[in-house]
Ligand binder design. Structure first.
Ligand SMILES: CC(C)(COP(=O)(O)OP(=O)(O)OC[C@H]1O[C@@H](n2cnc3c(N)ncnc32)[C@H](O)[C@@H]1OP(=O)(O)O)[C@@H](O)C(=O)NCCC(=O)NCCS
Length: 154
């Protein structure tokens, strides 16, 4: 199998694949295929899959409403992490959001998610809010940070 990882747009047909990746990346908050299909099928939504050969190794789901875009979920399978795939998926989200007319891209990240926070920081996102106790953890709750990437300089 080729080691090259390709990104490709995904639609509702890919819902089972995206849902399987989502469950592997977020075992504490698994989504079913129907939830993924509903989200990806909404106007303004888009998804991108990362494929190593034919093997799905990463995904991102995002949506655009008027001028604001949002990353709903992004993940890379554990064995494929640390090779730039997450960064490419963020870049694809930025491109897809800009193409659809967004002026900013938002996301939420758990305050204890060091890898994701480092990724977003290095991609140019800045914190704009904090939601205490937003995510459940086996030993309690953790805050969500709201991050924003702006396509326009202010
Ligand atoms: C967050 C996630 C998508 C990153 O994907 P990835 O393919 O491993 O990321 P990349 O290889 O593109 O790394 C890009 C940057 O992120 C940061 N990063 C990635 N993994 C990191 C880690 N374990 N520790 C610290 N920083 C890390 C680094 O800044 C890295 O840049 P560098 O390689 O130049 O140092 C992946 O860890 C993941 O799927 N985690 C589980 C699901 C999740 O938490 N999703 C995000 C929810 S908001």
């Amino acid at each position: 199998m080729s080691d090259e990882v390709m990104l490709q747009p995904a639609d509702v047909v890919a819902a089972p694949v995206i849902a399987a990746l989502q469950r592997a990346c977020f075992p504490d908050d698994p989504w079913g295929e129907e939830a993924v299909a509903t989200l990806v099928g909404q106007p303004g939504s888009f998804a991108v899959l990362a494929l190593k050969g034919e093997e799905p190794v990463g995904f991102v789901m995002a949506r655009v409403a008027a001028e604001d875009a949002e990353i709903i979920a992004i993940g890379v399978s554990a064995e494929a992490r640390g090779r730039g795939i997450g960064r490419r998926l963020v870049a694809a989200s930025l491109d897809g959001s800009r193409e659809r007319g967004a002026t900013a891209l938002f996301l939420e990240v758990a305050e204890d998610n060091d890898a994701a926070r480092a990724l977003y920081k290095s991609c140019g996102f800045f914190p704009v809010g904090r939601r205490p106790g937003y995510y459940k953890r086996p030993d309690g709750r953790v805050a969500a940070l709201v991050l924003r990437y702006s396509f326009v300089s202010v």
